[in-house]
Design a protein around this ligand. Sequence first.
Ligand SMILES: [Zn+2]
Ligand SMILES: [Zn+2]
Length: 262
Amino acid sequence: MLKLCVLASSSKGNATFVRIGNDSFLIDAGISTRKMKKLLNEIGEKITDLKGIILSHEHHDHITGMKTLSQRYGLKCWLTYDTFQKIRRKTGNIDAEFIEVGEDFEVGEEVVITPYEIHHDAVDPVAFIIKTHEEDVPLVGYLNDCGTINSYLEDGFRNVKVLIIEANHSFDLLLQSSYPNYLKQRILGAKGHLSNWSAAEFIMKTTPQIAVLSHLSEENNTPEVALTEIESVLNYRNEELKTFLVVVPSKGRSALIKTYNK
Ligand SMILES: [Zn+2]
Ligand SMILES: [Zn+2]
């Protein structure tokens, strides 16, 4: 059984809950512990059952809750060595286990995770593919805070069951926005964030069963615009594609997703 909920997803905070069988864990922990408790409670889960946190990169919207989760609740954190060096001043001592791009690591009894290299303005950002020991099919793919997609990521994420993908901005809304030019350049740059169109392109190439659109900009995107822009690309480019789209509002959690055939 796979149970998944994007608890928070925006530049103000990111955290995703995943349970596979008996093993539950977080991807990123960018919200307060109080908020985390409340959201987990809403989906029938609790912090004390978590095996730990897998961390994508060091930006504040991904690590806000880590210090408390690690020090008060003793949660382990899987992260790269360079990311650990970046966050240790803020988090203090944490129970860290170092991960590397391309090296599988285990969470709990069943879960096997592969980190993938991505391009973003962080020291060593990664995406994740989550599988189980039993089956080699990718169950969950997590790709957020990423400036560019490429064939290495497309190959790794192909046929993933549930894809959590950044749909940060509408290209048109960003261009029209009041953001200063340097910020527009940063967001659009190779180490920035994925647009709705890039997300659509990635969905088309990887053909997930469910795509969860996340990390929406409050200024330069809306759930409606993201769905419309992505659907228009998918409908135009691939009429056979049967991906179910879920969008996470920038204020609030996603729907609770459960699948039973692993
Ligand atoms: Zn972020
Ligand atoms: Zn970031």
